[in-house]
Design a binder for this molecule. Structure first.
Ligand SMILES: [Fe+2]
Ligand SMILES: [Fe+2]
Length: 266
């Protein structure tokens, strides 16, 4: 795979779909880039895709719901891989509100994507967003690359939408995380976590473990990461991988010469 590619949506519950794309990472493999569509009385989209996906992203959503019915677009954070189609989405979905943090709103404004205040519902960790039959609990993820990052726990499906946390660089696309060889998944998560959260090695063990215990207590049936194939019944393993990432030596940075060599060899 040498370009960003959208895959067919993966149904992970009767009314919940993963909108999956894979992005090549030269010399290292591929990175999943997921958004999530939660159907119901008040449909919710978690994250707004990558701008390069364009029509493909809209086609996948439109195959499941009418865009006029979309009630919320929840942004986990304002990074480009999460907000790419946001402006077009809010135009095409006039009844949708953007649910995100105050800081994410500010970042969007500074990036030239100011959203009218009446289209925004500000959520912060600790908030609960009621969307039809769903109660979406907003919480801070244990690792992140942007301070406004929020994870979402859907009490209906018992899914944890973990934002960038638990992401993994993989050797090839996979339908579920359990399809990836255990050692490769662990290395992929450790490598991604070092890239995404280079501060992690400076944290103290106790508070970091407490942030992992919060997830343990939620006991999600699946962890649905923005950069991980759906991971059912793997919570304890994945928490262990984050603990290892905290103490493991950082992966070697890719410098100019090695990147050019990898691109030429690819
Ligand atoms: Fe990010
Ligand atoms: Fe991301």
């Amino acid at each position: 795979m040498d370009t960003l590619t959208m895959f067919e949506p993966e149904r992970v519950a009767p009314d919940t779909e993963v909108l999956t794309a894979y992005c090549p990472v030269p010399g290292l493999g591929v990175l999943p880039m997921n958004a999530f569509l939660l159907r119901g009385r008040e449909p919710v989209l978690i994250d707004a895709g990558v701008v390069a996906l364009g029509d493909a992203f809209f086609d996948r959503i439109g195959a499941s719901i009418a865009l006029e019915d979309l009630r919320y677009v929840v942004l986990t954070h304002a990074d480009p891989d999460h907000v790419g189609c946001l402006g077009r989405l809010l135009e095409a979905a006039p009844n949708a509100q953007l649910a995100t943090t105050f800081l994410a709103m500010g970042k969007l404004g500074l990036a030239g994507h100011a959203i009218a205040p009446e289209r925004v519902c500000v959520i912060e960790p600790g908030a609960i967003l009621e969307a039809g039959e769903r109660r979406l609990v907003v919480l801070a993820p244990p690792v992140f690359d942007a301070p406004e990052s929020t994870a979402i726990f859907d009490a209906k499906d018992r899914f944890l939408y973990s934002a960038d946390a638990f992401g993994a660089i993989l050797s090839a696309p996979a339908t579920t995380a359990s399809d990836v060889a255990p050692g490769s998944l662990e290395e992929g998560i450790v490598t991604w976590t070092h890239v995404d959260a280079p501060w992690l090695g400076n944290t103290r063990e106790e508070p970091f473990r407490a942030s992992l215990d919060l997830i343990r207590r939620l006991a999600p049936r699946a962890i649905l990461g923005s950069h991980l194939p759906p991971a059912f019944d793997m919570t304890e393993r994945l928490l262990g991988h984050l603990e290892r990432a905290r103490t493991a030596a950082p992966s070697a940075a890719v410098d100019h010469d090695s990147l050019v060599a990898r691109l030429v060899a690819a």
